[in-house]
Design a binder for this molecule. Structure first.
Ligand code: SF4
Length: 441
């Protein structure tokens, strides 16, 4: 009953938002990421940064789950469903729990999954064919669609252009606008986003907190074959025995581990900005929320600023590990968290921008080398360290007067260029780095 209510609440919230928006959502490609396009023309809604779904991968679990829900809704009385997975989706789908996501929606006893990794449909590498059958075995419906990343599906394998929401695309333009109009970043978001954004962000915060609270309780081995044990619960217990700054850091570790482990285990999370980096923003915000006793309203406003920061990176560079390496995922998440935390503690717009710059700058060049292609090693631990670094960036920029030489726009551009120059071995192909050295694990 609780699950039904939860689903109802989520989809009602999404429906209201999309009715208001008058359009469908999303963007993305690959393992944890979202946007395929480097240098997008304009900034979309920040809701494209925060998407709610089950991990560990937007393309391998969120997209197929969404497609299965649509197919089931169209064929609710089918006696049996068959889903054929093609190409990349079939090659790495087992490790990413694509079958679990499909069976949960279509019913374990009713759903058969066929794996065809050798067949690549011409439209897109992540093809799926859904078929429904009646009791007497007759096929009643068939639908082929594609998981194009970021939780999106498309029958053509192509992405539809998104609506322009913001008049600016660079941080310095937004800073100037804030200065001229006497406004803050979150007010900039409020003025330009469509109605319903605050309700949506409130729901995002609820899901983020729920993922932390589940993650610090759950124990056991993370599925996928690496036999990696969950650490968040034990970190959390030990953290509570510490004091002062060390406790704050240790708790932040435990919160980030909690969300990243939930993601790796197929739990519900919010992309921030991706599945792989989903623990950083919630951990940094929750850490401040619990220790400094901020109101939910302030947290939601900080979340808006985090979304804006992620959006600027997505528009001008990339938040996809497959395009620019992990600097685009973990680096962006750290920048989002740092900027949001500086705002929470009363930082100026310049200090917020400084915090965000620090967040990315010291992750420049970070490669994406997930062992066995799973979002576990090094991803889970990386979330914990990025959360702690975001809190460091928060302190550092608040100690400053906000002036600095390396601007956020500059580090974003450097991140894009560095990402271009990185060999593909280090961009989510699981062929280099730790993925190569630990391939025998
Ligand atoms: S290494 Fe980073 S970019 Fe790559 S899958 Fe893990 S979190 Fe995502």
């Amino acid at each position: 009953m609780a699950k039904i209510r939860h689903n109802f609440e989520y989809y009602t919230c999404r429906a209201i938002f999309f009715i208001i928006k008058g359009k469908q959502k999303i963007a993305g490609n690959t393992l944890c990421p979202q946007g395929p396009a480097i240098n997008r023309k304009h900034m979309e809604s920040i809701t494209e940064i925060f998407k709610i779904g089950k991990g560990p991968s937007s393309s391998h679990t969120m997209g197929p789950r969404k497609a299965a829900m649509q197919f089931k809704e169209k064929n609710p009385d089918a006696a049996k469903y068959e889903v054929t997975l093609y190409g990349s989706l079939a090659s790495t789908g087992k490790g990413h729990m694509t079958d679990k996501a499909l069976s949960e929606v279509l019913g374990c006893d009713k759903c058969e999954i066929l794996w065809k990794p050798q067949i690549f449909l011409p439209e897109h590498p992540n093809g799926m064919k859904f078929e429904s059958f009646s009791k007497d075995g007759n096929r009643t419906d068939s639908w082929t669609t594609f998981s194009i990343g970021g939780g999106d599906i498309s029958d053509t394998g192509k992405r539809k252009p998104k609506k322009r929401i913001y008049p600016h695309r660079k941080m310095h333009e937004i800073l100037k606008w804030c200065q001229e109009n006497g406004r803050t970043f979150w007010e900039y978001v409020e003025i330009h986003e469509e109605k319903g954004v605050w309700e949506y962000l409130e729901y995002v915060w609820k899901i983020m907190q729920a993922s932390i609270e589940r993650g610090i309780e759950n124990e056991g081995v993370i599925p996928g074959g690496l036999n990696l044990g969950r650490k968040a619960a034990s970190f959390h217990i030990k953290a509570k025995m510490l004091h002062g700054g060390m406790q704050k850091r240790a708790l932040a570790f435990s919160y980030a581990l909690a969300v990243a482990e939930e993601n790796a285990s197929g739990g519900e999370i919010v992309t921030a900005p991706t599945c792989g980096s989903c623990g950083v923003v919630p951990a940094a915000l929750y850490s401040n929320f619990r220790q400094e006793d901020f109101s939910e309203k302030r947290i939601i406003h900080a979340l808006a600023t985090a979304g804006l920061i992620g959006n600027i990176v997505k528009t001008n560079a990339s938040i996809s590990g497959a395009e620019v390496g992990c600097q685009g995922e973990i680096g962006t998440a750290c920048a989002m968290a740092a900027g949001a935390c500086v705002q929470l503690l009363g930082g100026t717009q310049a200090q917020i921008e400084y915090g965000a710059s620090i967040g990315i700058e010291h992750f420049l060049g970070l490669t994406c080398d997930p062992v066995k292609g799973l979002v576990q090693i090094p991803c889970i631990e990386r979330n914990a360290f990025a959360a702690a670094r975001a809190i460091d960036a928060q302190v550092y920029s608040l100690l400053s007067d906000g002036t600095h030489r390396v601007s956020f726009d500059m580090v974003t551009e450097v991140m894009k260029r560095t990402g271009h120059d990185l060999p593909s071995l280090y961009k989510e192909t699981a062929g280099g780095g730790l993925a190569e050295l630990m391939s025998g694990e």
